[in-house]
Design a protein around this ligand. Structure first.
Ligand code: HEC
Ligand code: HEC
Ligand code: HEC
Ligand code: HEC
Ligand code: HEC
Length: 160
């Protein structure tokens, strides 16, 4: 038990060191998706995972095809083909947590009834994909809200 604790401590120290040395590189998407132009749709219509799973997920190409039978005018046909071929893996997540942290969308959106904007700022009004996390989601952010809302502050609740 003691040895296991010591080892996980080493892993956390390594995580701290790597996050200090390597700042998150900017993420660019192949296709300039525009959230604001799709404001008529519900968030869950494209991020279906929020209701049932840990991951919000990205929309499969079939969702886009409901309205865009072919590439919209502003998009290169080759990029549209790549989207069809790669599916949800076409999109790169910008907001990400390290492997040692547990997080569930269902828990926060369905059970805690939090708005997406409390963790993702006003992404729904953006005209272009964010290249960096729109909101700084670090341990202090998580714990500050948990304290305010009376949710668990137990280390093991968030860390594997
Ligand atoms: C419910 C219908 C609907 C769905 C579903 C939909 N779109 Fe659109 N899309 C629109 C409308 C409406 C516009 C606005 C057309 C305009 O203003 O020129 C648009 C515009 C666009 C544009 C042009 C944006 C710009 O700034 O000019 C792109 C790119 C696009 N959509 C990509 C997608 C992708 C990728 C998906 C799937 C993830 C998707 N759309 C799903 C209706 C839809
Ligand atoms: C028509 C489909 C569609 C709708 C509707 C939609 N999204 Fe998205 N969303 C996408 C696509 C495609 C991406 C990946 C490209 C990007 O980041 O713009 C994305 C990315 C995201 C991300 C990930 C950014 C990151 O930091 O990793 C968040 C958060 C997000 N959307 C929130 C929302 C919220 C909140 C709403 C409702 C207000 C919404 N989305 C509505 C298609 C959609
Ligand atoms: C309490 C904070 C919080 C709330 C509320 C929240 N998210 Fe997230 N979201 C996160 C975190 C943290 C991640 C990164 C998760 C990871 O890497 O494990 C994320 C990642 C995402 C992603 C990237 C793809 C993925 O599945 O990881 C999308 C898309 C997304 N959120 C959409 C939404 C939408 C839409 C809503 C509202 C219905 C929402 N989120 C509400 C914290 C939140
Ligand atoms: C804006 C407020 C808010 C933010 C920010 C937030 N949470 Fe939460 N979280 C809650 C609430 C409220 C609950 C209790 C939900 C319920 O009823 O189960 C919760 C529950 C949890 C649980 C379940 C805890 C347990 O054992 O019962 C985990 C794990 C968790 N959050 C992780 C995170 C992580 C990781 C982050 C940061 C990336 C985060 N949360 C950010 C409000 C928040
Ligand atoms: C509500 C969720 C939550 C709780 C509770 C929590 N953490 Fe964290 N912790 C996180 C998140 C998210 C990260 C990753 C982001 C960061 O580095 O701030 C993290 C990162 C860390 C790191 C690595 C820091 C780094 O820079 O990589 C350590 C060490 C850590 N936590 C220890 C603890 C200890 C000890 C406790 C209990 C006193 C605790 N955590 C409770 C969410 C939480």
């Amino acid at each position: 038990m003691r040895r296991a604790l010591l080892l996980s401590g080493v892993a956390l120290v390594a995580a701290i060191a790597s996050s200090l040395i390597l700042p998150a590189a900017p993420v660019t998407q192949t296709l300039a998706f525009n959230h604001a132009k799709h404001a008529a749709l519900t968030c869950a219509g494209c991020h279906a995972g929020i209701q049932t799973t840990a991951r919000a997920g990205f929309p499969p190409p079939a969702v886009c095809a409901k309205c865009h039978a072919t590439a919209p005018a502003s998009v290169e046909p080759a990029d549209w083909e790549q989207l069809q071929a790669r599916g949800v893996r076409f999109w790169k997540p910008v907001t990400r947590l390290p492997e040692h942290v547990m997080f569930s969308h269902r828990r926060h959106v369905v059970l805690a009834t939090l708005a997406c904007a409390s963790c993702h700022a006003v992404i729904g009004e953006r005209a272009a994909p964010p290249v960096r996390m729109p909101m700084r989601l670090v341990m202090d952010t998580c714990v500050a809200c948990h304290r305010a809302e009376g949710a668990s502050e137990d280390c093991a609740g968030c860390h594997r």
